[in-house]
Design a protein around this ligand. Structure first.
Ligand SMILES: NC(=O)c1ccc[n+]([C@@H]2O[C@H](COP(=O)([O-])OP(=O)(O)OC[C@H]3O[C@@H](n4cnc5c(N)ncnc54)[C@H](O)[C@@H]3O)[C@@H](O)[C@H]2O)c1
Length: 258
């Protein structure tokens, strides 16, 4: 469904970004892997290049404007266009507001919200010039509902939904669609870290954390399958989804239905 589309995916050296990249490559897209972690990025890109997939890796911190300008310029130099942008880079820190380091709060907003803005800012002129584009911003169920201890994450993810709506309105007549994806809990390194922290503070096993903390919140009593998020992203990024824009698309096993 994505034959020869050029897709730039931030935070694609791990987790959801990596899974989306894998599925996109299998769908025929050319993928620009980008991440702040050089070692993980090199390893991932090499593993796909040796299997003859068309992809490159460019290190960038999405919150650094110069890095992003370089990322976009290098991509256009190499592939000549950018059809799909997935703003996926993210991180987590959990603490109550009184104990939340202000620097950490600023860093998380900078990477997840300002980073999404900066990436969009430099990719939009290219998409407008093409009169074609698909932007997917990785929000979360935490973009729709609050969760104690996640002041920075919730603020960034709520902000991403607002930014998504504005970007969709500003590009509505340019053949560009812009949507936020809001997954529930998926078993990735980011969520594993949270579960391990909870297991340590409660002195229980990971399975007990699932049964006692997470599953009571999830009607389907299971984590979201990472593959489902990647498959959904293929559809939203494809030519078929041309009037889905400005939406917060929720994949959460019923979490936010309650
Ligand atoms: N795992 C979940 O359950 C879940 C649910 C909803 C939303 N999300 C969101 O999905 C996205 C991916 O999360 P994940 O679970 O795959 O996490 P992950 O930790 O596996 O991957 C995140 C990637 O982002 C990269 N990154 C961090 N800061 C960066 C920066 N400044 N510039 C560029 N890259 C940077 C990391 O190096 C890492 O490779 C995040 O935005 C997260 O908030 C995750």
């Amino acid at each position: 469904m994505l034959k020869d589309k050029v897709a730039m995916i931030s935070g694609s050296a791990s987790g959801i970004g990596l899974e989306i990249a894998k599925v996109f490559l299998n769908e025929g897209a050319k993928v620009v892997f980008t991440d702040i972690d050089q070692d993980k990025l090199d390893h991932v890109v090499q593993s796909f290049q040796t299997k003859n997939f068309e992809c490159i890796g460019i290190v960038a911190d999405v919150s650094d404007e110069e890095d992003v300008k370089n990322l976009v310029n290098q991509t256009v130099k190499h592939y000549g266009r950018i059809d799909i942008l997935i703003n996926n880079a993210g991180l987590q820190h959990v603490a109550n507001i009184e104990d939340f380091p202000t620097d950490k709060f600023k860093q998380m907003i900078d990477i997840m919200l300002v980073g999404t803005f900066i990436m969009t800012k430099y990719v939009l002129p290219i998409m407008k010039n093409q009169q074609y584009g698909r932007i997917l911003n990785m929000s979360s169920i935490n973009g729709l509902v609050g969760f104690s201890g996640k002041s920075a994450y919730n603020s960034a993810k709520h902000g991403i939904i607002g930014l998504t709506k504005v970007t969709a309105l500003e590009t509505a007549q340019d053949g560009i669609t812009v949507n936020a994806i809001c997954p529930g809990y998926i078993d990735t390194p980011l969520v594993r870290g949270q579960m391990e922290d909870l297991a340590k503070t409660r002195n229980v096993s990971i399975n007990q954390v699932l049964d006692e903390v997470l599953f009571p919140l999830i009607p389907q009593k299971q984590l979201v399958d990472i593959q489902e998020v990647a498959d959904y992203s293929v559809f939203i990024a494809s030519d078929k989804a041309k009037s889905v824009t400005g939406q917060a698309i929720v994949i959460d096993g019923g979490y936010t239905a309650q």
